[in-house]
Design a protein around this ligand. Structure first.
Ligand SMILES: [Zn+2]
Ligand SMILES: [Zn+2]
Length: 833
């Protein structure tokens, strides 16, 4: 049987549109819980919809996930593969202000555009589960979780020094401050302000977050980043006394306590002025003013600057009085916001002491006698371990033993204690901006802070607001003025909104039950689908999103909102590489190297783009855009299409059966391990050999289409139907390799054919150089048992010349130079003329 050939060029656009519509109409990617089927939850980090639409990085990310989902679906899994939009956030608000458009309208337009573009890529999402975090149906549950966390003591309000970006006009979480700059504004110094803010007690889970990261199948570097972010260190808390009040100070080096010659309190410490004396007040205030107005260059210099507070701290072991300085290099919320300074054994303390003429005192000597330290001769701190001196009864001990003994002694005297310190901070979620979830809190003069009762949720974000004068909620009287749920008296609403990372901390749970309006999700549905089996997204989310989502899962588990034993949301994580412009630089408008995926789809088809994105490099590695590659893959698809139109269906040769079964085995392994680029190479090879076959079985043709399907879902669906199938290839089962049909002999033959082609070209070149003429006839002399292996037709096609094959013992052969005597096993003699 021959498939009817169609004339003319193939209209990819209408083929692709046709199948996208068919899939949608028949709802073939919509899934339900099915206890009889094994589930697989594949998820890409949901996008922030901007007016610019889909960029090439998105296309890459979603293609990776779609290939995996299609593969798993064909392998018999009940695949949950949803999509939604991280729709709240500052960029929409800013863009809206600039364009004079309401953030809601801006966001919805962006989302609608995004959906159209995603659909044109042929992504197999279950669109019935789509969520938008800016809708009250979603953010109601943010408010609900906030209240639940509050009941559990996981929410609190505190006046604290906060990071303030003057450009964003809002507070930033510690995670959003990179090297003193705003994460959105690389050129803007973050200021410190004292404000009443809402916090989530993420640190309640520090240990579990740290412990359980070890068991995750995540890229090692992401795991290390999380460990460092939590930053657990063991040490000793020592009670110093300042003006009669105890100040517990954390240190990892209690062995240096006899060398403390001053203390440094964070310049941002909320209680700084409790210890500043009258005499020093003016000077401290001037110093703080200077800190707020520094330029970038000066900031580094300021790192080593400070000001005397006028107060002294008493060292509990020596009873010595040492001055307390305020400095910029101590973080306000690390430890207790104050450190004991040991200039002889800490480099920063050393530089500080030198600058302000603070005395030094050596208390650790190196083990090497020759390197003995003296205060006068030191020009840098000695930070290694050593032997204690000038330390009373601890003299002569090594650092490690001294740490233990000194801590023990402090504990006995109730002057200190062994302790653990974390770099990890509680999550500051208050934002003074409009486009976010209102925090469900009411302030009443009589009753104080009153949570909005659950039945009154959601606290709706008002639509009519005025932009441009600070937080639009604060100036909206209808929103602010309310009645107290407790005493029914006049009250005010909280006008802060939540950090949008709150929205993205649980969206993967909502996908399991997106339409539920009675609860955030049905526990049993979450039990069926979660955890996410494969999460795909960028490495830039190593700390914020991935830590918050892990925290949420643990907190919801302990609130009994999800099943016990479900501790981690994302079992496997895949970080895709970055796609650079064709010039090797990061794609950016200013460099003019941005490639628009939709334009490429319009010019070449979605299937070609998908195939191209996956062939540029291994999906976890960075790649460089290459339009020539796209064009050649487009031609490949054309060739495949033409081949199928004209393919003769019959019996496959033994050689092809071996080849296709081997390909099934390899491509399966490659896709399973995200080696998509290698899978594509194998698909090209198998197609090359298909073209050489006289006829192929329908089953083998179908196997090829199935292997190609995850990469090129549209054209394979079309060709599948052209083969007479009524089902969707998208729902067909993945081919299984028949190992008994794989014969390595054929591999060997192929290899020796390739080698022979190479040899022929060498001989041709030699003759060409000798005679100056291009030979066009080639004669091969092979051992009698190899005649069948050297297919004259195929070789002739490969070298584009006339070619004849003779057995060396053939009496009628044409062999003027007796080249048949040169033939060896697998290596024919060659004559050209
Ligand atoms: Zn900013
Ligand atoms: Zn009240």
């Amino acid at each position: 049987m021959k498939i009817k050939a169609q004339k003319g060029k193939i209209d990819f656009a209408s083929i692709e549109k046709k199948w996208q519509k068919e899939w949608e109409k028949k709802k073939i990617f919509e899934v339900k819980e099915n206890p009889k089927k094994k589930k697989f939850y594949c998820l890409e980090m949901f996008p922030y919809p901007s007016a610019y639409g889909l960029h090439m990085g998105h296309a890459l990310n979603y293609t990776i996930g779609d290939i995996y989902s299609r593969f798993k679906r064909m392998n018999g899994f009940n695949v949950l593969y949803p999509m939604g939009y991280d729709a709240f956030g500052l960029p929409a608000e800013n863009a809206a202000i600039k364009a004079g458009e309401h953030p809601k309208k801006y966001t919805n337009n962006s989302i609608n555009n995004f959906i159209l573009q995603q659909k044109s890529l042929g992504l197999s999402y279950d669109w019935s589960r789509m969520i938008k975090t800016c809708e009250p149906e979603y953010y109601k549950w943010n408010q609900y979780f906030f209240l639940k966390f509050m009941e559990k003591g996981l929410v609190y309000r505190k006046k604290s020094a906060v990071n303030w970006c003057p450009k964003c006009q809002t507070v930033l979480a510690n995670e959003q401050v990179h090297g003193g700059k705003c994460w959105r504004h690389e050129d803007t110094n973050v200021e410190i302000k004292q404000l009443e803010q809402w916090f989530i007690r993420t640190t309640a889970y520090s240990d579990e977050l740290l412990e359980m990261v070890k068991g995750l199948k995540w890229p090692e570097r992401i795991k290390i980043m999380q460990e460092n972010w939590i930053g657990k260190s063991f040490g000793t808390e020592i009670d110093f006394t300042i003006n009669g009040k105890k100040w517990p100070i954390f240190t990892t080096r209690p062995d240096t306590i006899y060398g403390v010659t001053f203390m440094v309190i964070s310049a941002q410490h909320p209680k700084l002025f409790e210890i500043v004396t009258k005499e020093q007040k003016k000077e401290v205030e001037n110093f703080l003013k200077k800190l707020r107005s520094v330029s970038e260059k000066e900031l580094e210099e300021l790192d080593k600057q400070g000001v005397f507070t006028g107060s002294y701290a008493i060292n509990p072991l020596t009873n010595e009085k040492v001055p307390v300085w305020a400095g910029n290099f101590v973080v306000a919320d690390y430890g207790s916001g104050m450190v004991m300074a040991v200039p002889t054994h800490d480099q920063r303390d050393f530089e500080f002491a030198k600058k302000y003429n603070i005395p030094l005192k050596v208390v650790i000597q190196p083990k090497d006698e020759k390197k003995k330290l003296s205060e006068e001769k030191m020009n840098e701190a000695f930070t290694d371990e050593g032997i204690l001196v000038n330390s009373e009864q601890f003299n002569g001990m090594n650092s490690e033993k001294a740490r233990e003994e000194i801590t023990k002694y402090l504990e006995e005297k109730k002057l200190g204690r062994k302790t653990v310190n974390y770099k990890f901070r509680d999550w500051l979620i208050s934002r003074q901006r409009y486009w976010g979830t209102p925090i469900p809190i009411i302030y009443c003069d009589k009753c104080g802070i009153v949570p909005v009762p659950e039945k009154d949720l959601p606290v709706m974000l008002p639509e009519k607001v005025e932009f441009g004068k600070g937080n639009p909620l604060a100036t909206n009287k209808d929103f602010v003025n309310t009645t107290c749920p407790k005493c029914k008296g006049k009250a005010r609403r909280e006008t802060d909104t939540m950090d949008t990372f709150f929205d993205s901390s649980w969206y993967f749970l909502r996908y399991c039950d997106p339409k539920n309006n009675k609860e955030p999700f049905d526990k049993s549905k979450v039990k069926y689908w979660m955890p996410v089996d494969q999460y795909i997204g960028g490495a830039e989310h190593a700390c914020m999103h991935l830590i918050y989502a892990r925290f949420f899962t643990k907190a919801l588990r302990d609130l009994n909102l999800i099943t016990k034993g479900f501790d981690e949301p994302f079992i496997k994580l895949f970080n895709q590489g970055m796609l650079h412009g064709s010039d090797g630089n990061k794609m950016s408008k200013s460099l003019g190297n941005v490639v628009n995926p939709i334009e490429m789809i319009n010019r070449f088809s979605a299937d070609s783009l998908r195939l191209c994105l996956m062939s540029l490099a291994s999906p976890d590695k960075d790649s460089i855009w290459n339009e020539t590659a796209l064009e050649s893959l487009y031609k490949l698809i054309l060739k495949i299409n033409n081949f199928f139109k004209n393919a003769k269906i019959g019996n496959s040769s033994k050689r092809f059966e071996s080849k296709i079964n081997k390909a099934i085995k390899q491509v399966t392994e490659d896709i399973k391990n995200f080696r998509y680029n290698l899978a594509i190479i194998k698909l090209r090879e198998i197609f090359d050999s298909m073209e050489r076959e006289k006829e192929i079985s329908k089953n083998d043709l179908e196997s090829f289409l199935k292997l190609l399907h995850p990469f090129c879902p549209h054209i394979t669906e079309e060709l599948w139907h052209n083969l007479g199938n009524k089902s969707f290839i998208s729902l067909e089962s993945w081919p299984k390799a028949d190992e008994s049909k794989i014969d390595e002999k054929f591999e060997e033959i192929e290899k020796s054919l390739d080698k022979t082609v190479e040899d022929i070209f060498n001989v041709i070149n030699i003759v060409k150089q000798k005679t100056g003429k291009e030979p066009n006839k080639v004669y091969l002399y092979v051992l009698p048992n190899e005649v069948e292996s050297f297919d004259a037709g195929e070789l002739s096609r490969k070298i584009s010349k006339e070619l004849k094959v003779f057995a060396v013992n053939d009496k009628n052969k044409y062999d003027p130079e007796n080249k048949s005597s040169k033939a060896k096993p697998g290596k024919p003699g060659i004559f050209v003329e």
